[in-house]
Design a protein around this ligand. Structure first.
Ligand code: DAH
Length: 341
């Protein structure tokens, strides 16, 4: 009897219960009507006078330890305390931190496309390896235009020339050749230029091009579209200004500045104390370009614009070094995890 009691004491010490049901089983096994305690007390009657004292003490200890154990587990279950791994709720979702995040350029591109789609622009893409016609000739570049120079353009083949497109304006031509007005579209994509890589220049970058061709499209429509874009992209109090410029494919042409989004136009080192930062080129589609694409410039007019996604991303996220975008350092990329997607 002595050995049995000692074994029970050891078992009770190790016992733990995960649920009220398990605890109840334990209670019935030891303190129930037909439980171990009652059984032992029954046997106690037959214990010899010599052993009675010792067995009495042991039995009382066993009874106390059973009560303490039941009390201890009941309190723990009621508090809902987690004690071990197997005690945790394995149906909870796991931590997805390492699942990756969108690239900052993707975040900004999606945002840009979303803004234009809200005013009726649809999205199209064109090839990165492009014929001279689409990248230059149809866009009214003169044969001796410096942009065709080996300095700027990566040539894939010569005569007839095949190049890595230097801008997304090439997609304008492909779309106008195959669609009749009204055309209201944006073209995102990667472009290439033969430039030395530095913090401010790269041999490839990304652009979003816009094109709207219809009857009676005016410069006022262009200005209002770009003002809407600037306010949506940066902030409602953003102002724009258009400066005369030159592009072979637009006439008249302009470059657009926005009021500096860091100082609000007051003047700071970022905007070189001018209060303005340049973000894009634009203009009315040159009649020669419309004609090259089979659209009658006496019936239709259009506007176009093109901007660098890196440039806009710089302004929104304050990334100063262009090389960051292609190095794929996860410490850089992770900073955009919680940015709007
Ligand atoms: N293609 C020009 C560039 O790469 C940007 C541009 C300027 C696009 C004026 C246009 C435009 O559509 O009208 O710098």
């Amino acid at each position: 009897m002595r050995e049995r009691i000692k074994q029970y004491l050891a078992d009770i010490d190790l016992f733990t219960a995960m649920s009220k049901e398990e605890l109840e089983e334990f209670r019935i096994k030891f303190s129930g009507k037909k439980g171990i305690l009652n059984e032992l007390f029954g046997e106690f009657k037959n214990v010899s006078a010599d052993d009675r004292r010792e067995m009495g003490v042991l039995l009382n200890e066993l009874k106390g330890r059973i009560q303490d154990k039941i009390e201890e587990i009941r309190t723990r279950l009621e508090e809902g305390a987690v004690e071990s791994v197997s005690d945790q709720d394995l149906t909870l979702p796991v931590n997805f931190r390492d699942a990756g995040s969108r690239h900052p350029l993707t975040i900004i591109r999606n945002r840009m496309l979303d803004i234009f789609s809200r005013i009726g622009f649809t999205v199209a893409e064109g090839p990165e390896v492009e014929e001279d016609w689409y990248n230059f000739s149809a866009l009214n570049f003169a044969p001796e235009h410096p942009a065709r120079d080996m300095q700027d353009t990566f040539f894939i083949e010569k005569d007839p020339d095949v190049v890595l497109r230097t801008h997304t304006s090439s997609v304008q031509v492909r779309i106008m050749e195959n669609n009749r007005p009204p055309i209201r579209m944006v073209f995102p994509g990667r472009v290439y230029r033969n430039e030395a890589i530095s913090a401010r220049a790269h041999c490839f970058f990304h652009q979003v091009e816009g094109l709207y061709v219809d009857k009676d499209v005016s410069f006022a429509d262009l200005r209002q579209t770009l003002l809407y874009f600037a306010k949506e992209m940066f902030s409602a109090d953003t102002r724009i200004r258009l400066r005369p410029s030159y592009f072979p494919f637009t006439e008249p042409s302009a470059e657009m500045d926005i009021s500096c989004n860091l100082c609000g136009g007051e003047g700071c080192s970022f905007c070189k104390y001018t209060g303005w930062v340049e973000i894009l080129g634009c203009g009315m589609v040159n009649p020669n370009v419309l004609r090259n694409c089979g659209i009658d410039p006496d019936v239709y007019t259009g506007f176009a614009f093109g901007m660098g996604i890196e440039r806009i991303t710089n302004l929104v996220f304050n990334v100063k070094d262009l090389r960051m975008f292609s190095e794929n350092d996860v410490r850089f990329l992770r900073q955009f995890e919680s940015a709007w997607q």
